[in-house]
Design a protein around this ligand. Structure first.
Ligand SMILES: [Zn+2]
Length: 439
């Protein structure tokens, strides 16, 4: 029976891995003493259900497979959850970790009531280690705030890449985010994971190591991590998540049981937004359709007060693209790209929603399906004025540009090129190859 002091230290250890900090750093205490730095984390009012899988939206196939593995005691040493961002890979990873630690699981599912379940839900279970890629110099406070937000709602956007600052959505950063193995820089992925694995499980039956965005390992880190996967200790379960499975080393993939996650249905997202108190049912329905299958994106939309302004900007971008005036479009492109990659991506996702609406309006059968209901008049006018517009080409051009923005392509060039393609498409002209030439 460990002493109380021992247990407190264990908790600190658990956080130390999660936060990548020195074990003596008592994050819990910092959270307690400085609650103010949590201001700006994702809004979260309703408490979620205590049953692990009940926090997971959709993904029945994946949950069913995992439940079967849990109830038959045939859990893999390593899983990789892959699929689009914001569809619940992290929620399922936490659910699996909780089910593995639960003291009285029923048919594999966590009970939600035992001590281990409570700790897992609060993010303080000493045998659940969460690793995430960081910038080179994250502050302790920043990481603690991210972990806290993640424990509160696994669908919240908390990673450094998509949310450079926890204090406000508007901050931009072009800092590199990755898993470091530079031994001079504490902490390193390798060191944290090895330390996590060198201890016996403190309280539970398993050590669970959740590796978020596993694609963010550079070659050396991936090779070092591979060694850990090749020699897993007994009772260690790795859960890797990624939305870019093609960026993960094949040798890592081959050692993991791969599970593919699908996008969520709009009504699942809408119901989750209401249940989590992010939006009223009417707004939730609009946001859900705009979010394109990602609950995280819908939550970002709900929390953002920028949406009306971004939509205005998208309509301006379309108008200027149609006019084809470089002297107008260039300043606008500069203004957009100056706000960073994430903002640009956000704008393009909103643009996609608007252009899909144009398609629905031009297809007279389904105008009631449109997402941007409050912009219906402007959109209808748009469609009537541009009878020859190749709307499918417009959608395709934006869908091709979004991954380019994610992949460090010059944002300005990508937007200018997109503007040309959109301008042509609105005039009924096909312009093949302009966007892809950038790659
Ligand atoms: Zn339990």
């Amino acid at each position: 029976m460990p002493s109380v002091a021992g247990r407190i230290e264990d908790t600190a250890y658990s956080y130390s891995y999660q936060c990548g900090m020195d074990p003596v750093f008592p994050v819990q205490q910092v959270l307690h003493e400085n609650p103010s730095f949590l201001v700006g984390s994702v809004r979260f009012k309703n408490s979620l259900s205590s049953m692990a899988w009940n926090n997971v939206i959709g993904q029945e196939r994946v949950v069913h497979t995992l439940n079967r593995a849990l109830s038959s005691g045939r859990v893999a040493h390593a899983y990789i959850f892959h699929g689009p961002e914001g569809v619940g890979k992290r929620a399922v990873a936490f659910g699996l970790a909780q089910a593995l630690q639960c003291l009285q699981p029923a048919d594999g599912a966590a009970c939600g009531a035992c001590n281990a379940c409570h700790k897992a839900q609060k993010g303080i279970h000493p045998d659940i280690h969460v690793l995430m890629p960081t910038t080179t110099d994250p502050s302790h406070k920043d990481i603690a705030a991210r972990l806290q937000a993640m424990a509160e709602d696994p669908y919240a956007t908390v990673d450094f890449r998509r949310r450079p600052s926890m204090e406000g959505g508007k901050a931009t950063s072009n800092k590199q985010v990755f898993y470091s193995i530079d031994e001079k820089k504490e902490p390193t992925l390798l060191r944290r994971a090895m330390r996590a694995m060198s201890f016996h499980p403190v309280e539970g039956k398993y050590r669970v190591v959740i590796v978020i965005d596993a694609d963010m390992m550079r070659k050396e880190a991936a090779n070092a991590f591979l060694k850990l996967l090749e020699e897993p200790g007994d009772n260690t379960v790795f859960v890797l998540t990624t939305d870019r499975v093609d960026h993960v080393l094949p040798t890592i993939l081959s050692r993991c049981q791969q599970m593919r996650f699908e996008t969520l249905a709009a009504d699942e997202i809408a119901a989750a937004l209401v249940q989590r108190d992010y939006a009223d049912p009417k707004t939730a329905a609009v946001l859900a359709r705009m979010a394109d299958g990602s609950l995280s994106r819908a939550i970002e939309f709900a929390a953002s007060d920028e949406l009306p302004q971004v939509r205005e900007q998208v309509l301006d971008f379309l108008r200027l693209s149609y006019k084809g005036r470089g002297d107008f479009i260039t300043p606008m492109v500069d203004q957009i790209s100056a706000q960073g990659r994430e903002y640009t991506k956000f704008l393009l996702v909103v643009a996609l929603g608007i252009i899909r609406d144009l398609m629905l309006i031009s297809d007279a059968d389904s105008p009631e399906m449109i997402v941007n209901v409050d912009q219906k008049e402007a959109l209808t006018k748009f469609v009537h004025n541009l009878k020859d517009a190749r709307i499918a080409d417009m959608i395709e051009a934006i869908e091709r540009t979004i991954p380019l923005i994610e992949r460090n392509v010059n944002t300005r060039l990508a937007l200018i090129s997109l503007s040309i393609v959109l301008g042509n498409a609105m005039k009924g002209i096909r312009s093949e190859g302009i966007v892809t030439e950038l790659v």
